[in-house]
Design a protein around this ligand. Structure first.
Ligand code: S3P
Length: 429
């Protein structure tokens, strides 16, 4: 379904954002591995975490949904997962497929993991290689892509694994497989990626000489996951950018997850001069939360390098829109990983920005973009490439337009943010 967006005269309001997608996936999976019941409130309503719930049910875990975004998971413990009677459909969700692969390989259950067209085109080699090094028996299409077939096997060997790419999905996959091993599996991280897995599983983390060593083994007790999931910083980022670039804006976002491994975009927007205030800092279980307020701000250009990319990887599409309204040329490098997301996000950004005549140059691992605070795009039909974050970035760009624009297949926002279009209209009315 296509969505039309009118230019916004102003953006004002307080939004209760959707629950964090990364934490929702993990809380549900880890609750299943816990021996006992977990009650998770404010669980994400989005499509991706529901793919995780469906897969966990396929593995024999009873999950009740009594309403109001609460889920009750009857954990079966590490040895209680059952062989599914059919495929486990991960939908569009890379996190579901990659984390679940670690659990399935570790538990020794035979299972076949499938995904939609986009997920089936995303590389799985990065997880297949370490899992095979641990002894898992996996077959994949072209030895790289879903469907992934796991064959029942004996216990996995522990692995010492320096992460070849700063990916939290890869890190989590190996650590989850390691939870089933009888010796410590150790993942070594040089550029820190989101650390929800370590936090929620309470794993041992050692920091030495600028590296993080994270260990897991059968000796780790999987804690219960009863918690309230914070609001998703990755959803907040769209409104932080919109509020900063729009000349008549003030947006308040309460109870947002502000885990420092996730909030790279907050620091980047502040560095660009965005008027952002953080208040009511608190905790929801293992995760820090806060209220965030943003107001219209003149922005200066910024340079983003590979070092900070893992902490803003999902926010780069919307940061590119903010850069378009900064006074000068911004640069992003070390972000080749964007080519392996739900779509190739570097070329999708090029498509969107070039369609409004922006001065955008795409490179193998990033881009440059010449911003102008007075830039106002004319009417456009933005292609979303069925990618939720591209659709939402295009919608924010359309709010700055001179005429009504369209976001093609804008319904894909439901992958992470089902209420996006409602929130957009609330802010503009
Ligand atoms: C995620 C990690 C990131 C991110 C994705 C969610 C997670 O992927 O892009 O949206 O929940 O672990 P990578 O870790 O592969 O970069």
């Amino acid at each position: 379904m296509d969505y039309t967006v009118q230019p916004a005269a102003s953006l004002h309001g307080t939004l209760q954002l959707p629950a964090d997608k990364s934490i929702s996936h993990r809380a549900a999976m880890f609750a299943a591995l816990h021996q006992g019941t977990s009650t998770i409130t404010n669980f994400s309503e989005a499509a991706d975490p529901h793919s995780t719930l469906d897969c966990m049910r396929g593995l024999g875990v009873v999950i009740k949904e009594p309403g109001e975004n609460t889920i009750i998971v009857d954990g079966v413990g590490r040895d209680g997962l059952q062989t599914p009677s059919g495929d486990l459909d991960c939908g569009n969700s890379g996190t579901t497929m990659r984390l679940l692969s670690g659990i399935i390989a570790g538990s020794g259950v035979s299972a076949r993991l499938t995904g939609d067209e986009s997920l089936s085109a995303r590389t799985m080699k990065r997880i297949i290689e370490p899992l095979r090094a641990m002894g898992a028996k996996i077959e994949a299409r072209e030895d790289d892509y879903a469907p992934l077939n796991f064959r029942r096997d004996d216990e996995l060997k522990p692995l010492h694994f320096p992460l070849p790419i700063p990916s939290a999905q890869l890190k989590s996959c190996v650590l989850l497989a390691g939870l089933f091993g009888d010796g410590p599996t150790e993942v070594v991280e040089t550029l820190p990626s989101r650390d929800h897995t370590e936090r929620l599983l309470n794993l041992t983390v050692e920091e030495k000489e600028g590296k993080r060593m994270i260990r897991s083994s059968r000796e780790d007790v999987v804690p219960g996951q009863s918690c309230r999931v914070p609001s998703d910083f990755s959803a907040a980022a769209f409104w932080l950018a919109a509020g900063a670039i729009h000349p008549q804006a003030e947006i308040i976002l309460p109870g947002v997850g502000v885990n420092p491994t996730r909030t790279g975009a907050l620091g980047i927007l502040q560095q660009m001069g965005a008027d952002i205030e953080i208040t009511n800092e608190d905790r929801e279980g293992a995760e820090p939360v806060a209220d965030i307020r943003v107001k219209s701000s003149p922005l200066t250009p910024v340079t983003i390098t590979g070092k900070v990319v893992p902490n803003c990887i999902d926010e780069i599409p919307i940061l590119a829109i903010a850069m378009l309204f900064a006074d000068g040329t911004s640069r992003v490098s070390g972000a080749e990983e964007l080519r392996h997301k739900e779509t190739d996000r570097l070329s999708a950004l090029a498509d969107i920005l070039e369609s409004v005549g922006a001065d955008f140059e795409e490179y193998k691992d990033g881009f440059t973009i010449k911003g102008d605070p007075d830039f106002r795009p004319e009417q456009a039909a933005f292609r979303s490439f069925h990618d939720h974050r591209i659709a939402m970035a295009a919608a924010v760009l359309a709010l700055m337009g001179t005429d009504t624009s369209t976001v093609i297949n804008g319904h894909c926002t439901a992958i992470s943010y089902p209420g996006f279009w409602k929130d957009l209209s609330m802010l503009t009315n």
